[in-house]
Design a protein around this ligand. Structure first.
Ligand code: 8YV
Length: 309
């Protein structure tokens, strides 16, 4: 049996249903009781960025062999626990890289050029009363990227086409990178106009965007987050935006999704997306194929397609 942690894709559900005995975890209001009754028939978990597998869920499934995540980010899975218990873990890298990088550029343009606000301007009939205000140019602006992995590199490549000087922060310098390296995030924030968060969420990167970093970015700076909500100290971000200490923000992720701080709703220098970075038909299909491909490979004793643990 396969345990799916939350609703993520009806197509994926249908494909899993064809191949396995699928348990939809969210359909059982008494999850403890469900686990007590079914724990011995569950050999795999399919989770995602919303609901993964913590230590207690892993420990409650004695027959668990593999967690196949419908996400590239694995912050909701207790990887240490999995390693300890010999449970395999897979994710969905590469297939979503382009979409997430595209949405990062979309957020930059939408925030700087006030695309969403302009759209609201037209719809509300205000154009008849006068032209829209001037906005801020993107091309040539200094782009700083926190995390130069697959997604960060794809964002850099796109920003290069906009003639943006690129710099980055990561734990260590990338030996073959042509971009300028900063060994700490504060230096990066002090030396860019647009700061993009594109690193995995770990204990070290939690709240990597704190008050100091926000102030270093400053009243003309823009923060873009396509990583994870907890990368940012959200109350600090909100107060910086409300007080005008930060120029703007484009956010696809939030600390307590689907909750978004309501103070942001009235700000036109902010663009808010409901965690849709990878949300295209094409990419979600490729992610579902990887989730299934990894499970099938595992149960056929073949090499996993995208193993992490
Ligand atoms: C998805 C994500 O939103 O891959 C990730 O880490 O955050 C996203 O692709 C999610 O896992 C889909 O349910």
């Amino acid at each position: 049996g396969v345990l799916m942690t939350c609703p993520m894709s009806t197509d994926l559900e249908a494909e899993l249903d064809k191949r396995f005995k699928l348990f939809r975890f969210w359909k059982f209001p008494e999850q403890k009781e469900f686990l007590r009754e079914n724990s011995n028939s569950i050999r795999a978990i399919v989770g995602n960025a919303t609901a993964g597998a913590d230590a207690s869920l892993i420990d409650s499934l004695p027959k668990l062999e593999i967690i196949s995540s419908y996400s590239v980010g694995l912050d909701k899975i207790d990887l240490v626990k999995c390693k300890e218990k010999g449970i395999r873990v897979t994710n969905t890298p590469d297939v979503l890289t382009e979409d997430v990088a595209d949405i990062a550029i979309g957020l930059i343009l939408a925030t700087l050029r006030r695309i969403c606000e302009s759209d609201r301007y037209v719809r509300s009939g205000l154009w008849k009363l006068g032209d829209f205000k001037l906005t801020t140019k993107f091309s040539g602006k200094r782009v700083g990227i926190a995390g130069l992995g697959r997604i960060g590199s794809a964002i850099a490549k796109r920003a290069e086409a906009f003639d943006c000087p690129i710099s980055y922060y990561s734990r260590s310098e990338k030996p073959n990178s042509k971009y300028k390296y900063h060994s700490n995030i504060l230096d990066l924030a002090s030396n860019c106009d647009i700061l993009v968060v594109a690193c995995p969420l770990t204990a070290e990167t939690r709240h990597i965007i704190n008050r100091e970093v926000i102030d270093a970015l400053g009243p003309k700076g823009v923060l873009i987050n396509i990583g994870r909500g907890p990368h940012v100290d959200e109350p600090e971000l909100v107060s910086a935006l409300v007080e005008g200490r930060l120029g703007g923000a484009g956010l696809d992720v939030f600390e307590h999704e689907p909750e978004v701080p309501e103070q942001l709703f009235g700000l036109d220098n902010v663009v808010l997306l409901p965690h849709v970075g990878s949300g295209t038909w094409e990419t979600r299909k490729a992610m579902a194929d990887l989730v299934i491909g990894n499970l099938e490979a595992h149960f056929l004793n073949k090499p996993l397609l995208s193993p992490v643990v």
